[in-house]
Ligand binder design. Structure first.
Ligand SMILES: Nc1ncnc2c1ncn2[C@@H]1O[C@H](COP(=O)(O)OP(=O)(O)OP(=O)(O)O)[C@@H](O)[C@H]1O
Length: 364
């Protein structure tokens, strides 16, 4: 993770496990979070992200391992320090603002142990910092979704928590607003030096928001790293599939290279006879010569075009994405080229192949 100095370690999650009856929601999770670091927990529904967040918050007990906040144990199988006695800020998906309190009182709510004057001063600072001065006397029902989000953020940040925990904080906002609020929130957290963990199921959001991205699957951490590393050089096939729509081809060793319907590619040193070759839709481009293909369909996706292509031996269409506007028509014959450095190679994932076969069978 970001800086590996011991004294700026804020949160340690050490071999944490959690069972709900027979369901293993968390399985030996270990993570460190440093001061000022923003981490995104991302994964499919049911992978355990909310359970992990709730465990860090202290609203969920854990079954194994321990959680330390600033070096102090706050959760173990033997006991859980309650949320109000660990200095964490919580922000929920639905914001959970108190409807009968105005913005100022909502923000003041979490400020325990400060006298009236200091409370008012802290609330005023937060209101100013977050840019909601004009909203200070309004009640939640008088606020738009984006405004409610900012008030909820102000309320969670006002007590200056050691860690801010946010569960799907942008999912209630519509698409256009979501991006703006996301950028503003990230800039604010960075300017305050806040340490934060955000849960999201949206791969793009995780890549855009986290200094560190933690990808989970079935209660385990699959891979941790910067968004850039997870996207560009994933160490696991699951990671590659999670962060982009990907074309998968079977590569067979031939003369030291992996041969596939999309061309031949350098084999890794420890290559088996057969390997999975992953090619992202945006790594494919049109060329004068290369793999012959025929255009099946072209879809406009806003700034980019998605083109479905038929390549000779392949039952599945190849998906390509391009920002260059091509005057393509169904049936056009083209050639495709792929840069070798854009190709990802992994051991054959039989489970994923079987799943794909089932999906195709069901669709027939
Ligand atoms: N209180 C509970 N009792 C029993 N099982 C639970 C409970 N809470 C969560 N689970 C199970 O634990 C697993 C992890 O759930 P969790 O809510 O942490 O996943 P998630 O990744 O946050 O999913 P989502 O994105 O859908 O919120 C799931 O299999 C879920 O059914």
């Amino acid at each position: 993770m970001a800086n590996e100095t011991k004294n700026d370690l804020v949160l340690t999650i050490d071999a944490v496990g959690k069972w709900f009856g027979n369901v293993k929601a968390l399985d030996a999770i270990s993570l460190n979070l440093h001061k000022g670091e923003i981490a995104c927990l991302v994964g499919q529904s049911g992978c355990g992200k909310s359970t992990l967040l709730r465990s860090i918050a202290g609203v969920e007990d854990i079954s194994a391992g321990q959680i330390l906040l600033k070096g102090k144990r706050v959760s173990s199988a033997g006991g859980t320090t309650p949320p109000e006695r660990r200095n964490v800020g919580l922000m929920f998906q639905d914001y959970a603002l108190f409807p009968h309190m105005d913005v100022k009182r909502n923000i003041a709510f979490g400020l325990k142990g400060l006298n009236r004057q200091d409370t008012q001063r802290r609330v005023a600072q937060m209101i100013d910092r977050i840019g909601i001065v004009a909203l200070a006397d309004r009640y939640p029902h008088m606020l738009s979704g984006g405004e409610q989000q900012r008030v909820a953020l102000a309320r969670a940040l006002a007590p200056q928590p050691d860690v801010l925990l946010m569960d799907e904080p942008f999912s209630n906002l519509d698409r256009g607003l979501r991006e703006t609020v996301r950028l503003e929130t990230r800039a604010l957290l960075k300017s305050l030096g806040t340490t934060a963990i955000i849960v999201t199921h949206d791969p793009e959001e995780a890549l855009a928001f986290g200094d560190t991205v933690i990808l989970m699957d079935a209660g385990r951490v699959v891979e941790t790293g910067t968004g850039e590393a997870l996207y560009r050089t994933p160490q696991h096939a699951y990671t590659a599939r999670f962060f982009s729509r990907i074309n998968r081809f079977l590569g067979v060793m031939s003369d030291g290279r992996l041969s596939s319907p999309m061309g031949t590619f350098a084999a890794p040193n420890d290559s088996a006879e057969q390997m999975d070759i992953y090619i992202r839709p945006e790594a494919i481009r049109f060329a004068e010569s290369g793999v012959p293909a025929q255009v099946l369909e072209r879809r406009l996706l806003g700034e980019i075009d998605e083109v479905l292509l038929k390549v000779r031996d392949l039952a599945q269409p190849v998906v390509m994405r391009t920002s260059l506007r091509h005057a393509l028509r169904e049936g056009d014959r083209v050639h495709l080229a792929i840069a070798e450095e854009d190709v990802l190679i992994f051991p054959v994932d039989t489970k994923a192949h079987n799943r794909l076969r089932q999906v195709m069978k069901a669709a027939q």
